[in-house]
Design a binder for this molecule. Structure first.
Ligand code: SAH
Length: 393
């Protein structure tokens, strides 16, 4: 196994179990290491400190183990996946017959940097974000089959857009096990078509589950606008929550079709719902003041830190329009899923928009990602989803 030697003092973050080694921390690498290989990391004093996947880029090693004698083999993946599954089981996510949708592996949050696995009924969708996880996909799939024996029948691998293109890995999306097209999963008793073949991410945004359930409580009698609806998750919960009317908006015609499908699946022929394929800013400009419950769940405006300023401006503009138009006594659910936007940045931006609108605004809830997207305390950057529920007088 190739050895990576750190510069003096650069072992500190690893001593605190942070799972990344940045390329700038490396003094030298022994031998000719290939991308995706498991390497051993040593301090400048030549003491072993970690083992992980090597990759060319700013994050050079993603740590899999802090133990020298741990071999990265089938048993390793089984142990890790079992720990992840056990956590979901112990918090009741795998035993609720009305809910068969959850995230089984959340990268660094589960000490498996570069790997995401979502479960949709009998299908697991696996996504690699690092060359190392891509190379290990078959062993991981085997481990997953064994530990989920009887619980899942299909494993779909979906990494065409998540791997660094420079690594020349040419990943192909496809089934590693099974091949079912039955793609209806249940989230808290509501049915959703999951489009793992063509949909964004693994096909569904599992991370808004608890926030959607909260919205249901506020829906009775309200006129709801679900902006950036994608699969219509919030809309379906609003319908069950007895909203007076629900309007779903997304600029993608495909998202609108998915939303209409999911509404039809749960509330056939219910005339309370209408979906519009329209740009958010244009829709918010042109709409009237009929809504008293608005959801703003935009895509990550800032994918990188450099884009932060523009992203914050985008969030401010968006929220300002909602504050200006929402009915007195209305409730605004507003989110940011950009990792580059901190909780403080997000709050300040939303509060600035509120102040600009001149409305009196109170915080009802401060939201984040659910328990199946855990934040590793040694990797606080993993906290990415931020939300506020606001009462607008
Ligand atoms: N709220 C959704 C997830 C939203 S993902 C859920 O609960 O699952 C973000 C969505 O925003 C995508 O579907 C994308 O098509 C849409 N989008 C991106 N830019 C947009 C724009 N300018 N106007 C409207 N929708 C946009």
């Amino acid at each position: 196994m190739h050895k990576v030697y750190l510069k003096s003092g650069k072992e500190e973050s690893l001593k605190r179990f942070h799972p990344w080694v940045f390329s700038g921390a490396i003094a030298s690498i022994e031998g000719k290491v290939q991308e995706g290989e498991v390497v051993e990391v040593y301090t400048s004093k030549k003491e072993f400190i970690a083992k992980g996947h090597y990759q060319i880029g700013s994050i050079a090693v993603r740590v899999l183990s802090f133990l020298q004698d741990e071999t990265i083999d089938l048993d390793f993946w089984k142990r890790k996946l079992h720990i992840a599954y056990d956590m979901r089981r112990s918090i009741g996510l795998t035993t609720n017959p009305a809910n068969n949708t959850y995230r089984l592996v959340h990268g660094e949050g589960d000490n498996l940097p570069g790997l995401v696995i979502d479960v949709y009924a009998k299908t697991a969708v696996m996504q690699a974000h690092s060359a190392g996880m891509h190379l290990e996909r078959m062993t991981i799939a085997e481990a997953l089959s064994e530990i989920m024996e009887g619980k899942i029948e299909n494993i779909y691998y979906k990494s065409e857009t998540t791997l660094p293109y420079k690594a020349d890995l040419y990943p192909e999306n496809g089934f590693l096990k099974g091949g079912s097209t039955d793609n209806i999963a249940q989230e808290y008793g509501l049915k959703f078509h999951i489009d793992w073949l063509k949909g964004q991410k693994t096909g569904f945004f599992v991370d808004q589950r608890e926030n959607r359930a909260l919205l249901e409580r506020y829906a009775p009698g309200r006129s709801v606008l679900n902006m950036f609806c994608y699969t219509g998750g919030f809309s379906v919960y609003a319908m069950r929550g007895n909203a007076k009317l629900v309007h779903s908006v997304d600029s993608s015609a495909k998202a609108i079709a998915l939303t209409n499908n999911n509404i039809e699946l749960n509330f056939p022929d219910d005339t309370r719902h209408t979906a519009f394929a329209e740009d958010a800013f244009k829709y918010l400009d042109q709409m009237g003041d009929q809504y008293d419950l608005i959801v703003l769940d935009p895509p990550a405006f800032a994918k990188h830190r450099d884009a932060l300023r523009n992203a914050l401006q985008g969030y401010r503009k968006l929220n300002l329009k909602a504050f200006e138009k929402i009915k007195p006594g209305g409730i605004l659910f507003t989110f940011s899923c950009s990792q580059a936007v901190s909780k403080e940045n997000f709050r300040t931006t939303v509060f600035t928009a509120a102040a600009m609108s001149g409305r009196s605004v109170r915080i009802l809830h401060q939201l984040t990602q659910p328990a199946d997207h855990p934040v590793n305390i040694y990797h606080p950057e993993g906290e990415y989803l931020k939300g506020l529920v606001l009462y607008v007088e």
